[in-house]
Design a protein around this ligand. Structure first.
Ligand SMILES: Cc1cc2nc3c(=O)[nH]c(=O)nc-3n(C[C@H](O)[C@H](O)[C@H](O)COP(=O)(O)OP(=O)(O)OC[C@H]3O[C@@H](n4cnc5c(N)ncnc54)[C@H](O)[C@@H]3O)c2cc1C
Length: 396
């Protein structure tokens, strides 16, 4: 990876800034760790679509912008700096690239245009009770009945299932072969009869997680991506695409900016936090960690684009270090808030507009700290990532 300044990158940054300046005020200043509200995600997607930037991470041949890794990172950074809503990451980072690679022309025509113009949101139905890290052991079954599969079973931790239009689902279509070979990949309309979504309220006091039940849900065979039994191979492609984004670099940079703000505004015994040596030292260490992760993100993203095998172990390292830093930075927010850190001031999107002293300073920070407990679990736990590194680099 070449870390020299890329010609034209600053001009591109200015172009992105110019576009962001034109956004309506109610579409900015929306930073939070989880996906934005469906209305916000859709409006933001529509704006990007009109600008010709609907798929910033896809190749031009697939209707994307065809941006370089550096351009994607600049785009993410600038969007995070003004606090735009998030895109539908399940579609743009995971499912979209998979459909571009494996879907039939009919499936692409059915699903890509609505996602690009912001009409359809997706969720991911992989994990089940008892099948998280050991995903290949999943038990939700799909049995052929004419030209439909009949799906029965349960998914869990289905983020945003309650506000998504479609779900991509791993199901068992054959119980009599090696477990990885009996899995298929289905696209399912969430309005299909027999789907029940029950909320799981998480420690950050948001509702983004769910249990999703499938009770004789009829799914057309034409909604299967790839061949029957090919679901696992397809999914490996999807999971391998996830690495560079798992560190959530723009969020890390946003967290660091918050700390700098607190360093200037919060005081202990009349002294600004920034002037206290132990605070300044900790801040400097975290900032150095962030710079290292920034470089690793660029390296992994470059390797991913070249489909280089080192992207896998380095991606796992990035997942571990990036998510650990998310936790350290959000812990530090709460520590820097002092007494205000003892109160979990809700995000405005949680509906309750509290009127408490310090809410302008502290709003959302404790919630983010709680939410980030989960970041070393979702997308593959840190323990599992360490196993991958050991296997790939040390042939264990
Ligand atoms: C906030 C959040 C959002 C999520 N969103 C989604 C979603 O949208 N869609 C979806 O399908 N899933 C989602 N998940 C599920 C997530 O992918 C799983 O939680 C994760 O893969 C871990 O699986 P598990 O919870 O079953 O834990 P388990 O796999 O049971 O793990 C329990 C413990 O055992 C350890 N462990 C397991 N196997 C090994 C091993 N081989 N070596 C060493 N240690 C091991 C783990 O590290 C962990 O500490 C989400 C989870 C969270 C927390």
């Amino acid at each position: 990876m070449d870390f020299d300044p890329v010609p034209g990158l600053e001009a591109f940054r200015l172009e992105v800034r110019e576009f962001l300046k034109g956004l309506p005020p109610d579409l900015i200043d929306r930073p939070r760790s989880t996906r934005s509200t469906p209305a916000d995600v859709k409006r933001w997607q529509q704006k990007l679509h009109v600008r010709g930037w609907a798929a910033p991470y896809w190749a031009k041949a697939h209707g994307g912008t065809g941006w370089s890794v550096q351009q994607m990172l600049v785009f993410d950074e600038e969007c995070a700096a003004v606090g735009t809503p998030s895109q539908d990451g399940f579609m743009h980072k995971l499912l979209g690239p998979l459909l571009n690679e494996f879907a039939s022309p009919e499936q692409k025509a059915q699903h890509l245009p609505p996602a690009l113009c912001g009409e359809r949101l997706w969720c991911q139905g992989f994990s089940e009770p008892g099948s998280g890290s050991d995903l290949a052991s999943l038990r939700t079954r799909a049995e052929l009945d004419g030209d439909h599969y009949v799906v029965n079973g349960q998914k869990i931790w289905t983020s945003y299932a309650h506000e998504s239009d479609w779900i991509f689902l791993l199901v068992r279509t054959d119980a009599n072969v090696k477990k990885q070979e009996g899995i298929s990949f289905l696209l399912v309309d969430m309005k299909t009869p027999g789907i029940t979504v029950r909320p799981i309220r998480s420690i950050d006091d948001f509702h983004h997680l769910n249990e999703t039940f499938f009770d004789n849900v009829r799914v057309p065979v034409g909604n299967r991506v790839g061949e029957e039994g090919q679901g696992w191979a397809i999914t490996k492609f999807l999971l391998n695409n996830e690495h560079a984004s798992t560190a959530e670099l723009p969020a890390l940079k946003r967290y660091l900016r918050v700390i700098h703000r607190l360093a200037d505004t919060q005081r202990v015994d009349g002294q600004r936090l920034r002037e206290r040596p132990e605070f300044a030292l900790k801040l400097a260490r975290l900032e150095a960690e962030l710079m290292a992760i920034d470089m690793l993100v660029q390296r992994v993203a470059g390797l991913e684009m070249e489909h280089h095998p080192d992207a896998l172990p380095l991606g796992s390292m990035l997942k571990i270090r990036g998510t650990e830093l998310q936790q350290k930075l959000t812990d530090f927010h709460v520590e820097a808030l002092g007494d205000l850190g003892a109160v979990a001031y809700p995000h405005p999107e949680q509906g309750t507009e509290v009127q408490l002293p310090g809410q302008d300073t502290a709003r959302g920070l404790a919630n983010d700290m709680f939410f980030r407990r989960a970041s070393t679990i979702y997308g593959g736990t840190s323990e599992v990532q360490r196993g991958i590194i050991a296997k790939l680099l040390f042939q264990l």
